[in-house]
Design a protein around this ligand. Sequence first.
Ligand code: G3I
Length: 388
Amino acid sequence: MIDRPTRRAVLAGAACGLASHGIAAPGQPFGPAGRPSWSGDGLQAAAARTGLTFGTEVPGFRFARDPAYRQAVAREAGLLVCGTEMKMEVVLAEPGRTDFSQGDALVRFARGNGQRLRGHTLVWHEALPPWVPPLLARATPAQAEDFLRRWIETVAGRYRGQIASWDVVNEVLAQDGTRPDGLRESPWLAALGPGYVDLAFRILHQTDPMAAPCWNEDAVEQGVPWMEARRTRVLKRLEGMLARGVPIRRFGLQSHLTSTLPIDQGQLRRFLAEIGGMGLGIEITEFDIDDRAFPADIAVRDRMVADFARRYLDVAVAEPALLNVVSWDIYDPDTWLNDHPYRKRPDGLAQRALPLDAQFRRKPLWHTMKAVFSEAPDHAARRAKLRG
Ligand code: G3I
């Protein structure tokens, strides 16, 4: 019988496995930088007019097997982000063995297309390989910090110089706000204490100073009291991080909008202005619209989704600090919403959450996004400065 590895052995194995993947020389393993692939009539072309970038999350399984999908992504987007392929659950599925193959493939594709890249995500309470939570639960703070450092150095080191911004931490706020600091209970918090957030930012910045460190958060976008309370916590924590000299440069609103809740344009405008006023860049990082509250009829539903999106995006693109609008995939059949227990439609119909339909046709949501980008105020100069 093979002895179960001791915690120390697994930590060492994980650590030395991680350590073996040092910082790759930027540019070499990912091929030459190519000419922009997006079409003159696409969403990226419209967004770029005012200094914005439009992008999309790309699920590895679709990217690998569907040439029509790759063509649509190349045509529409100026930025790509892996849905799961740079997460620990994929890169470090087994202790001490890293798999960058899918992340590398997307980086090569984006570079060849002249597209920017986002990194998603270094520290999250989900998408951890099964062996990691028990490991963290029994690690000393020093061992946990070493593991976190080697993880970030390995994955961000591999893509050093390729990534415009990294989601350093994802969804760190609690859903219910039981802790005075508002942080979510997680294996990282338990192992390292509340300082894990600042620590992760410092490690990323040391590993890849060219990547803008970003805090990515959900449920901060819409006009309900519990989201307003979260927005207040975000602003307080951002001020504290900046006061402590934490190298944060961006805040990401995931923007998984739900048709079941209102959009309060005044609250949203004030929230974005407060963040921009801190000198931070802002990103919409996972845009889609859960159409559960809208009727089944496709023509009616598509129109309502587009109008709902407009209420949100008109405010967002008017904020000079907004840099990117990234949808969480671009292609309706792939949306995560259909698989989610409380996000899927009660009538069982497929959600129509994204700009392109199952035949890659441009939907009313696409046309509305195009119009929003085309009519947006020009903040190209401020955005260029924020991109550094
Ligand atoms: O690719 C494998 C496939 O080979 C296998 O047969 C199948 C069944 O095990 O799993 C497939 O991988 C799944 C992957 O999605 C496919 O893209 C993973 O198990 C599954 O965990 C993964 O879920 C992703 C989830 O994050 C967790 O990483 C979703 O696609 C992705 O949309 C979702 O994205 C999150 C953001 O990162 C953070 N914000 C919320 C958002 C939605 O939950």
